[in-house]
Ligand binder design. Structure first.
Ligand code: FEO
Length: 409
């Protein structure tokens, strides 16, 4: 039986100066304990986090008290202080994912609450033992669909592998209908607000999806299907704000993972202007053909911004001069990341200028070696582009238009 719609009713902080922790009551006897990392500007030394991040734990107070996820090790002290202020003993810690930003405070929690039992997936148990040295006997494997009863509250434990590690799971709380989703549906966004509008979360959710979730788009589709029959009233991820209108993020994930976009993204860099002339011409022709395009100059735009564009692109045009027979290093580095993150592009075209010789096509194919893509006929020219080169670019533009279909927008 599902209860009243949960909503954030009050919050308090543990500091009068720089806020490190915020406690929010999200429903009766359900609390979000958010650790704020305002200054963090990259995650995993890859993902830009211009708005910082949070690490969120959730407490369900009942006959048995359940803590869902923890925080990174350096914020364990604040989490323990918050739990003390809420006057609880912890009976269960549900570890939805073993990566240390969510599990790192578990050893400190176990010192404070030595009788607490840790619950996680089979893969999570092994990782917690290996990463944090937690004794095996402290951790219980959960089964997919298992229900943990706290008393009035029931927590449905749902295995959702590969969002984004093999160990990941989510938890669905009744009667409130709250989905605790850990990294799934998360964003790196340090804000004390909760989210009710698409525009408040879209950009940071997309940046997060692009770098963390995109390689697993098929698994995401399967996991979304698994959640389809749940009446979700609120999504409480373990990074970023709580989402009070779940359909906002569910719709975005459905769209991003279904790979139906028609956009064409052009990623380029130029040294002496010839490659740029080619990009300008191709851009003009594609625009005339009413193709939806986005142009990114890698000389002044971060690779992260490009990766975000590729979340909803159907084709990528790589425009690079040849440097010592190879792609420009900025392009090579970008291609390496694209190959890892597996955006939903289906077509790739290579264009660019070279001086005396080039192996750029071979190298590009190698760098994108694990992508399931079709390479279109490249347009590689010696020196400055001439009339016949522009005609080849026009032909490429028509081919792209044809490939991605009539409905480009
Ligand atoms: Fe936020 Fe995969 O940890």
């Amino acid at each position: 039986m599902i209860g009243p719609v949960p909503s954030v009713e009050w919050e308090r902080t543990n500091s009068k100066r720089l806020i490190k922790m915020v406690i929010k009551r999200v429903a009766e006897d359900v609390y979000a304990l958010q650790s704020f990392d305002w200054d963090r500007r990259t995650f995993d030394s890859i993902l830009e986090t211009p708005k910082g991040t949070t690490y969120n734990s959730f407490l369900i107070k009942d006959e048995k008290n359940i803590l869902i996820d923890s925080t990174k090790p350096s914020m364990a002290k604040e989490l323990l202080e918050d739990l003390e202020s809420l006057n609880v003993q912890i009976d269960y810690i549900v570890s939805q994912h073993a990566e240390q930003d969510h599990s790192g405070a578990i050893p400190a929690l176990l010192r404070e609450y030595p009788n607490a039992k840790i619950l996680g997936t089979r893969a999570c148990k092994e990782l917690l033992e290996n990463l944090l040295g937690i004794p095996a006997e402290k951790i219980q494997n959960i089964e997919d669909g298992q229900v943990l009863s706290a008393g009035r509250h029931k927590l449905n434990l749902i295995v959702t592998p590969w969002v984004h590690w093999p160990d990941t799971m989510v938890s669905y709380l009744l009667p409130e209908g709250i989905l605790f989703s850990c990294d799934f549906f998360a964003s790196h966004f340090a804000t004390t607000k909760t989210i009710t509008k698409l525009e408040e979360i879209q950009e940071e959710a997309k940046r997060y999806y692009a770098h963390i979730m995109m390689p697993f788009s098929q698994m995401i589709q399967g996991n979304l299907e698994k959640l389809r029959n749940l009446e979700i009233r609120m999504i409480a991820p373990s990074h970023g704000p709580i989402i009070e209108k779940p359909e906002i993020i569910l719709d975005l994930y459905g769209r991003w993972s279904s790979q139906t976009s028609k956009k064409v993204t052009i990623a380029y860099i130029s040294m002496h202007g010839s490659t740029e002339l080619m990009v300008k011409h191709l851009t003009r022709t594609l625009t005339d053909l009413d193709v939806n395009i986005r142009v990114i100059n890698l000389a002044n735009t971060s690779t992260g911004e490009l990766i975000m564009e590729l979340v909803d692109s159907r084709a990528m045009i790589i425009a690079s001069p040849t440097v010592l027979t190879r792609p420009h290093p900025s392009v090579a580095s970008m291609l390496y990341l694209v190959n890892m993150l597996k955006p939903p592009i289906k077509y790739v075209a290579l264009i660019g200028s070279y001086g005396w010789g080039t192996l750029i096509e071979k190298e590009t194919r190698k760098l994108l070696g694990t992508m399931n893509i079709e390479f279109l006929e490249p347009v590689l020219i010696k020196g400055k582009p001439h009339k016949e080169d522009f005609e080849r670019l026009d032909k490429l533009a028509w081919e792209i238009k044809e490939k991605i279909g009539e409905d480009e927008k």
